[in-house]
Design a binder for this molecule. Structure first.
Ligand code: SAM
Length: 217
């Protein structure tokens, strides 16, 4: 029987991308375009990390954002992308290190549903494991490293703010804001601006609810 834990395995994604050409997790750009496009300028260098077979990069391209790098750890997906969309950059990389991405090189790092895939084996949303916290610290510090000094991380997620905001607060080098979209099922857009001061009201509110996401390792 299939289980969600497969989403944390590279071999699962490699196999899936042998045939899958287009699948959108959570939501297509049209539902959150009004939130993210005003934040990005047309000449921004954008990395879509854990891009999978999402069409968000192609949709952004069609809106005039022409400097897009797609990053995923599935070599199968990246080779397909290079063949089908050679006008964008394609990089095989693990988002817990981003070792193949240059430091201070992106204005925007975008992710959708990939942090969820990495955390899928967690047993409790209230008590994250050490491994989850270590992965998050590695992901966030890698993103900060590849962002330019005034760069921005945009994360589209179904994880509710009382769980995701304290996790994002583990990274001290950015501010955190949250937007919501969706009608029946609600999704969140988390926007983290490198080098900007954190809103103290937000920090106080979200440091006390699910505070295990902030516990030191
Ligand atoms: C749930 S899908 C999301 C795909 C796309 N962002 C979307 O919203 O449709 C997760 C994607 O992240 C990739 N992925 C999972 N763990 C990764 C990691 N550690 N580093 C890079 N990519 C990863 C998978 O190969 C897959 O393409």
């Amino acid at each position: 029987m299939e289980s969600n834990s497969q989403y944390a395995r590279m071999d699962y994604w490699d196999e899936r991308f042998k045939t899958e050409k287009n699948f959108e997790w959570l939501s297509g750009l049209e539902a959150f375009e009004h939130i993210i496009t005003p934040l990005i300028s047309k000449d921004s260098r954008i990395a879509h990390i854990g891009c999978g077979s999402s069409q968000v990069s192609m949709q952004l391209w069609n809106l005039g954002f022409k400097n897009i790098t797609n990053v995923d750890y599935s070599q199968v997906l990246i080779e397909n992308g290079k063949l089908e969309h050679p006008y964008m950059e394609w990089v095989t990389d693990d988002i817990t290190t981003l070792a193949n991405c240059e430091s201070s090189s992106f204005d925007v790092v975008f992710e959708k549903a990939t942090i969820e895939a990495i955390l899928v084996t967690e047993k409790s949303a209230w008590e994250p494991s050490d491994e989850a916290l270590r992965n998050l610290e590695n992901i966030f510090s890698s993103i900060c490293r590849v962002l330019k000094a005034d760069g921005m991380f945009i994360s589209v997620s179904f994880t509710q703010p009382h769980f995701r905001i304290p996790a994002l607060l583990r990274e001290k080098n950015w501010s955190v804001e949250m937007f919501e979209f969706g009608e029946t099922f609600h999704y969140y857009v988390y926007v983290c601006k490198k080098g900007k001061d954190l809103d103290t009201e937000l920090r106080d509110r979200y440091s006390s609810i699910a505070k295990s996401w902030l516990r030191p390792l």
